[in-house]
Design a binder for this molecule. Structure first.
Ligand code: AP5
Length: 223
């Protein structure tokens, strides 16, 4: 499986990518998580990326491409990968195309998760993440058993700094300006499937599985 998940902030890309990675044993490559780890570890790349992330802007391509490339190199060639949060612009999509071409492979499918803005704000404002293991919760839709404590490891839950209202608004603007054009880009390449991102995570997962399955049917038909 070589899959890209597209969608605005809070659309559920991370939630769906984790479920898919578990189901298929594919590598989950989440550019946002990789960047947050670099920031936490105060690596030179993390120190440079932090300012962009704090204000909801895109981190420059040369930093992101390096990180993604390293993690794609580590993925299992047979089981494939799920890209979450990358590519985020046409220039990143072109760079991804070059990276895959140099490995002699191509994408199977690009799935866009469509969620209206008011739902995005609800999701992002309620999101909590474990400081220790990275598990994700929502205070209303998927609350932990004990408020503020991770079910899996008892770690402390926190709210991401870039989930403040102003920054979320900026992230949505950046999505509309930079990332949304990828729907057309991948639509032209006949790789795009759109799924309705409103509903229970399992329902959305079923739509994604159907979209991946339909590619296989189409591939078979194309001989
Ligand atoms: P990144 O971490 O990629 O953030 P994002 O794209 O804004 O997406 P989110 O992580 O906010 O949301 P998500 O779609 O994964 O939703 P989730 O599953 O968490 O990027 C952060 C920053 O890093 C960027 O602003 C940028 O600065 C930088 N960056 C990253 N990649 C970059 C790149 N390629 N180039 C340049 N810069 C880059 O779900 C959200 C919440 O909703 C959770 O609480 C979850 O429990 C809940 N939820 C999920 N699904 C459902 C459902 N079906 N129903 C109800 N609740 C649900």
């Amino acid at each position: 499986m070589r899959l890209v998940l597209l969608g605005p902030p809070g659309a559920g890309k991370g939630t769906q990518a984790r479920m898919l990675a578990e189901r298929f044993g594919a590598t989950h490559v989440a550019s946002g998580d990789l960047l947050r780890t670099a920031v936490k570890q105060k690596t030179p790349l993390g120190l440079e990326a932090r300012g962009y992330m704090d204000r909801g802007a895109l981190v420059p391509d040369e930093l992101v491409l390096k990180l993604v490339q390293e993690h794609l190199d580590k993925s299992d060639g047979d089981k494939g990968f799920i890209l979450d949060g990358f590519p985020r612009s046409v220039s990143q999509a072109e760079a991804l195309g070059r990276m895959l071409k140099s490995r002699g492979v191509s994408l199977d499918r690009v799935v866009a998760i469509i969620v209206p803005d008011d739902e995005i704000v609800k999701r992002i404002s309620g999101r909590r993440t474990c400081k220790n293991c990275g598990a994700m919760y929502h205070i209303i839709y998927d609350p932990p058993r004990n408020a503020g404590i991770c079910n899996s490891c008892n770690g402390e839950l926190y709210q991401r700094e870039d989930d403040a209202e102003d920054t979320v608004r900026m992230r949505l603007e950046v999505y509309n300006a930079e990332t949304k054009p990828l729907l057309e880009y991948y639509g032209r390449a006949s790789l795009l499937a759109k799924v309705n991102g409103v509903g229970r995570p399992e329902e959305i997962q079923a739509q994604i599985l159907a979209a991946i399955g339909s590619t296989k049917v189409q591939d078979a038909r194309n001989g």
